[in-house]
Design a protein around this ligand. Structure first.
Ligand SMILES: O=C([O-])CC(=O)C(=O)O
Ligand SMILES: [Mg+2]
Length: 387
């Protein structure tokens, strides 16, 4: 059993939206195929992966370093002890040989994208949905029902309050019970008007989360906290720089409600620093580490170990990224849910075609692997790359 090729293509996922920090006019994503010599149900097993929005495609790093390390490793060194499947941990170690610790940069995105494809292949070889394989491997009871929320509410040229309300109404109509909008890309007064408009639209049918994308200094973060705490928000996300743990800790004195952060922390060491120094409260706050940006599930398992040591439940994790990989981790390892972008970043985000959001939850279909084969627009792009 062996990996015979790894292919990458960088695809545009551009859109005219903007958050408080970046616009998405030139956004790209890497799509990766891990091609194996295995055949299941008459078809060659190919695992697929991609990185989440917000970081760009990683074709350079994948082609120059990580692909060749896997392909030039002794194939036997990448197999599990039972000899019946690839071993994601050994493949990860092969990718990361000769890499110094720390300074994670964006190599974590390259590795995370390839790691997603490896897990897809592994679950297909095992003939099981990834969430079932994870639950069995790690002794957790799988729960195919996963909470999802609708992320959007971006700044968009010419978008007025009625368009923002219509967007949120659209999410409610599709079954979501929590919606998210951007803040920090306009004046505080304008953001307050946007928030009030959305709250008026959703009434008691749903809750609202807000996301500042790391834009604020401490003073601005506190000014917003004082404004936001007047409303019953689902969470206040990424107020300040993702590595400014002291800012995050100081903010808790001004914001008693739930806060969320972590989508831009790319290693278990950075996650540990957040838990050590960021003043995050395990009874109400949310952790958004996204495996596709942060060295993949092999590393995310280490992050979950860090959580345990610091007294956090995996239920406090609702990853960033809106991909099916995190849906599987949520269903298989007991996370609190997953992000979803109903109108953005297609065909990569979202659910298999048969899946509907009902009262804020989806139910995972029983598809081998991550489940990409169930999403027709996505699998056709993937199969163009390799099959
Ligand atoms: O706008 C982005 O970069 C995405 C983001 O923060 C989120 O989904 O939470
Ligand atoms: Mg965010």
């Amino acid at each position: 059993m062996q990996i015979v090729d790894i292919v990458e293509v960088t695809k545009p996922i551009a859109s005219p939206i903007r958050n408080a920090y970046i616009d998405f006019s030139k956004m790209t994503a890497s799509l990766v195929a891990v091609v194996t010599d295995q055949v299941r149900d008459g078809r060659r097993v190919v695992g697929y992966g991609f990185n989440s929005n917000g970081r760009y495609g990683q074709g350079g790093l994948i082609r120059e370093r990580f692909r060749d390390r896997v392909l030039s490793a002794d194939p036997k060194s990448l197999i599990n002890d039972a000899g019946d499947n690839l071993d994601p941990h050994r493949i990860w170690a092969a990718m990361m040989q000769n890499e110094k610790p720390g300074g994670h940069g964006e190599r974590s995105v390259a590795v995370g994208t390839m790691d997603m494809a490896v897990w897809d292949a592994v679950a297909k070889i095992a003939g099981k949905p990834l969430f079932r394989l994870l639950a069995e491997t790690y002794g957790v009871e799988a729960d195919p029902r996963v909470f999802v929320y609708a992320a959007g509410g971006y700044y968009y040229p010419g978008k007025d309050l009625s368009a923002l309300r219509a967007e949120m109404r659209g999410y409610l109509n599709r079954g979501y019970t929590v919606v998210k909008m951007k803040i920090g890309g306009a004046s505080i007064d304008e953001d307050r008007r946007r928030i009030e408009a959305v709250l008026e639209e959703i009434g008691n049918e749903a809750q609202l989360a807000v996301d500042a994308n790391g834009r604020f200094d401490l003073e601005t973060a506190i000014a917003y906290a004082k404004m936001l705490r007047e409303y019953p928000l689902f969470w206040y996300e990424e107020a300040g720089d993702p590595l400014d743990y002291q800012l995050q800790a100081a903010l808790a004195d001004f914001y008693p409600g739930p806060m969320a952060t972590g989508e831009n922390l790319f290693s278990h060491q950075d996650a540990r620093n957040l838990l050590r120094h960021g003043g995050m409260r395990p009874d109400r706050d949310w952790l958004q580490f996204d495996c596709a940006l942060s060295y993949g599930l092999v590393e995310y398992l280490r992050t979950l170990d860090v959580l345990k040591v610091h007294g956090w439940s995996p239920k406090r994790c609702i990853p960033h990224g809106g991909h099916q990989m995190s849906l599987n981790i949520a269903a298989g390892l007991g996370l609190g849910g997953n992000e979803s972008y109903p109108d953005l970043f297609q065909p990569y985000g979202g659910f298999p075609d048969s899946v509907k959001v009902e009262q804020g939850y989806i139910t995972m279909p029983e598809l081998p692997g991550i489940g990409f084969e169930g999403k027709s627009d996505l699998i056709s792009v993937m199969r163009e790359l390799a099959e």
